[in-house]
Design a protein around this ligand. Structure first.
Ligand SMILES: Nc1ncnc2c1ncn2[C@@H]1O[C@H](COP(=O)(O)OP(=O)(O)OP(=O)(O)O)[C@@H](O)[C@H]1O
Ligand SMILES: [Mg+2]
Length: 308
């Protein structure tokens, strides 16, 4: 079966600046993929090329075997731009009916879409009186008109509070569950951690990582931290037997290579009643992101320089 989206050595230059540099990846049906990258990494430029808004300098893009901007690709693709703006004097329902007509869909479907994004009660209110979160939901509703196969969301949760973000990702999950592929860009690394199946990292226009977070963690080979909690009476013995360093009056932190994790856990369990609890801290997505972007990963504490 063909890919939903396929990029092969896609390159874009503005004057002499190469802002997207030989980027290649394929997306499959139902995948939720995060596109991460610093300001100016080329995320929006990539979206615009996929949509056919900007021509490519090199490489090829296909959306379900159609070229970017071709009628078949446009029909299959939905887009929520970075800064979504609607006519403030219109109601949410009027705006959706307008976009439905533009896309050749039945305007009567507007009500069901508003219901789906939790805006049924605000359908007849003017968009000028919507909160930012409500406007983002309306933007998503607009993007979902006509059951798209590929949904491109450019920083969809920027400016949303934590609950609105969660609600937004729940909607994204529902969209992916219908078989649509979702590609969303974000700066909020930790929030995409549990919400996407795969992570693409762009750095200065280059795709420097493309995998699941688990695989990226393994490939980055970043250290794991084990926090072993004892009691005031046992902490010294724990430190003597395990090494590592004392965090406070009760805990010892060990920093170790991922391949040593099970061995270290076994050694901890041999301490029996001396230990009250263990916390395992895997490298965060921020650490993984920094690693692949070539930014130095900050040391979490003295333990990082003192392996277990
Ligand atoms: N029309 C344009 N003309 C010239 N340079 C451009 C144009 N559009 C984008 N750029 C440049 O291309 C680079 C990538 O920009 P882009 O908007 O794709 O980054 P981004 O990853 O979306 O960043 P952000 O996270 O800030 O939204 C930047 O250096 C930007 O200045
Ligand atoms: Mg952008």
């Amino acid at each position: 079966m063909s890919h939903v989206l396929s990029l092969d050595t896609v390159t874009k230059r503005f004057s002499r600046n190469t802002v997207v540099d030989r980027v290649s990846f394929d997306l499959e049906p139902g995948e939720r993929v995060a596109l991460l990258g610093h300001n100016g990494a080329g995320k929006t430029t990539l979206f615009k090329m996929i949509l056919g808004f900007l021509p490519l300098d090199e490489g090829t893009i296909s959306v379900l075997d159609a070229g970017p901007g071709q009628a078949a690709a446009r029909r299959a693709t939905a887009y929520l731009p970075e800064a979504v703006a609607f006519q403030k004097a219109l109601t949410g329902e009027e705006i959706l009916r307008f976009y439905a007509r533009l896309k050749g869909e039945d305007p009567a479907k507007a009500a069901a879409l508003l219901e789906r994004v939790g805006l049924a009660d605000a359908a007849r209110r003017r968009v000028g009186a919507y909160s930012k979160g409500m406007r983002q939901r309306l933007g998503l509703a607009q993007a979902l008109i006509g059951r798209p196969r590929l949904v491109l969301l450019d920083e969809p949760t920027s400016g949303l509070d934590p609950i609105s973000r969660q609600d937004f990702y729940t909607l994204v999950e529902e969209v992916a569950a219908t078989g649509a592929t979702v590609l969303l860009s974000s700066h909020a690394l930790t929030e995409v951690e549990a919400r996407t199946d795969r992570i693409l990292i762009l750095s200065k226009g280059r795709l420097v990582a493309d995998d699941t977070l688990a695989n990226l963690r393994n490939a980055a080979h970043l250290p794991i931290r084990l926090k072993v909690q004892g009691t005031e009476a046992s902490v010294e013995e724990i430190e003597n037997r395990l090494g590592g360093h004392r965090l406070n009056g009760r805990s010892v932190e060990l920093v170790c290579d991922p391949s040593e994790k099970l061995q270290r856990l076994a050694a901890i369990s041999e301490l029996g009643d001396l230990v009250i609890d263990i916390d395992v801290h895997l490298p965060s997505l921020d650490d993984v992101y920094r690693h692949f972007s070539g930014i130095a990963v900050p040391a979490p504490g003295p333990g990082r320089t003192e392996p277990c």
